[in-house]
Design a protein around this ligand. Sequence first.
Ligand SMILES: [Zn+2]
Length: 247
Amino acid sequence: MQEITRGDIDILVQLQKAETETVRIESFLNKIDKEKSGLEKKLAKFETALGVKKEAHDRVATLCRETESEIEMLGERIVKSNESLRLVKTNKEYQALQREVDDNRKRKDALETSLIQYLEDEEAKKALVDEKASEFTQLAEQNRADQEEIHKKGKNDRELLEQYRQQREEIGVKLDGGLYRQFNEISSTSGGLAVVQVRDHLCRGCFMNIPPQLYIEVQRANSLILCPQCNRILYYAEPEKNTVGVD
Ligand SMILES: [Zn+2]
C-alpha cells in the first residue's frame, strides 16, 4: 500500500476543491459557448431563409419587368404595322400584315392577363420579404444583446477559472509528483472528482458501502486508499451530526 501522510491528504482535499471549481466553471463556460453558437446558428438559418424568399421575389420581379417590356415592344410593333397597313398596295400584303397585327394583339392580350397575376405575386412576395427582413432585423438586434449578455456572464468566470487553475497548480506542486499524477489521472477519468469523503461508511463518490477493514484504513489516514468501486481517493470525514434531537 502506498504510504502517505495526513498532510498529503489535506493537500489532496485542497487540490480537489480547486479542481471542483475549475471543472464547474469550465462546464459553465462550455455551456455558454454552446448557447452562443446556438444563437449564431439560429440567426444564420433565418438569414438563409430570408435569402431564399428574396430570390423568389427577384425572380418574379424580373418576370414582371420582362413581360412589361415585351408588352411595350408588341404595342410598338402593332402601331408600326397599323401605319404600314395604310401604305400597302396589294391585298395579299394587307392580309399578311393584318394577320401579324392580330397575332401580336393576341400575344399582347395574353401577356397583359399574365402580367396581372405576376404583379400580384410580386406584391405578395415583396410583402413577405419585407416582413421577414424586419423580423430578421429584430432577431439580429436581440441576438447582439444576448451575445453581449453571454459574454459578460462568461467574463468574470474566465478570470476566476484562471485563478483556480493557478491555485490548482500551486497546490499540486506541494504533492509528491507521483501522487499528483495519480490525482490528475483519476480526476480526468472520474468527471473531475478524484478525492472523496468516506462518511457514514459510504464513499461519497459512488455511494458504495466501504468494507469495515478498509474503513479503518481510511480512518488511519496513513496510506493511499482508493474506493474499490469508483477508484477515487478516499479520506475520512466525521459522521454527520444529527441536528434534530433524538431520544
Ligand atoms: Zn466510490
